[in-house]
Design a protein around this ligand. Sequence first.
Ligand code: NAD
Length: 504
Amino acid sequence: MTQTVQLTREILERLGAADALQEAGTMRVRSPIDGAELGRLVPHTTEQTDQIIQRAHSAWLEWRNVPSPRRGELVRLLGEELRAEKQALGQLISLEAGKIISEGLGEVQEMIDICDFAVGLSRQLYGLTIASERPGHRMLETWHPLGVVGVITAFNFPMAVWSWNTALALVAGDSVVWKPSEKTPLTALACQAVFERAIARFADAPAHLNQVLIGGHDVGEQLVDDSRVALLSATGSTRMGREVGPRVARRFGRSLLELGGNNAVIVTPSADLDLAVRGIAFAAVGTAGQRCTSTRRLIVHSSVREALVARLKKAYSGLPIGNPLNQGTLLGPLVDKDSFNGMQSALQSAQADGGKVFGGERVLQDTYPNAYYVKPAIVEMDRQTNTVRHETFAPILYVLTYEQLEEAVALQNDVPQGLSSAIFSNDVRETEVFLSASGSDCGIANVNIGTSGAEIGGAFGGDKETGGGRESGSDAWKAYMRRATNTINYSRELPLAQGVKFDV
Ligand code: NAD
């Protein structure tokens, strides 16, 4: 038994989630760290999936009548349980998704933060009071629980995306059915076990408020097509969203799509290059370039290009690559062989288009023959080709050059995705143009920080092929509730709106 297998088993035992592992299971879960098989699971059948959705629906019928501050108490308890198991959960993220340990712990912290946010929110699900045009009338809007929320998640944030959805859904009065990525089901089972601990401390919660569905995209499709699922929140590739969005729309369901990004950083002549190098390196190389918000394009002014690229290459050359569980490692593995192949073919295409490639080679294959560690790549391009416009989920940073800021903004926006963006500049005119209506078209636009590492307080998501959904902070909770407009007549007359007469 390798160290990864042993540690995974210990963590699952500790959390009470080891029973799900079954020798006869057809779904094999591997660690990106060494390729070892961490365990096997039995996917849910069509009938079981149907029962799970039915149970979630019954849970919602009860939960919607529990006052929202009381619902918030359950989320507060969940936050406490997550705090108690932060170390174990963070390690499990490293083991199953390959993130460096500090990012694994950061992901758990993000879950704790969203629980805190949702607890406060449970007392702030405000509606408006609106002036009525009719005398003796009052008009207001109220927000009600929506129903079952189906949550489909990607491998790269195997816990946090569930928590963003679930903490909000629970205070909103909804129940949750979660289909995690087939690459990271163990982290989901661990979260479920921690959730059960919170439920055990909460006196009056209905059973089945949160359930995990194990399986591949076929199980996900059943969730997508089921009209008992009022909101389908799906995080993953644009390819997935293209299938899921129209299917949910066909049954007039609600969908919240969080899809791919192709995020750029603009560096202007006035930029603080020390800051820019650190911000770009973290955003381009962190999580081995496997964040939806990873920086994939650098659009740099010709006057600072040479200096910046030289400094980035130097920073890249000194990066500690290796086992993500070891303190000091900054770059862990890619998730699997397909991901490695995707990276190599993107580099070949970029080269064929005239790109100059630095890095990108496989390393550590003697120590880890079944895992895929790479040097991060910098590719200098003389134009934005289709390869650059495509999201390759790996640490590749394409470098493009500009002369006028308008040109930089146009390049930044000239991709199908619209998730995250940033500018490094000390010129207020430049930064304000970037943030203006004719600036970045992304859901996230930052100044003097990188494109990744968002806080939970803001609404998270992007437009165009990123799907248009918003999760997490701000007023993202509204997606998890239904709105009713109420008009109340307390007069003895029945005036009709717009002066219409209809006397009978
Ligand atoms: P993926 O699209 O391969 O899979 C994501 C999930 O969708 C998995 O659970 C998968 O089983 C499910 N799925 C796939 N096809 C489906 C279908 N037809 N019906 C129902 N479910 C289906 O993505 P991945 O490789 O796990 O993750 C990487 C991608 O996710 C990248 O494109 C990344 O940018 C994106 N992502 C986006 C965000 C965001 O918030 N915008 C966050 C994380 C990841």
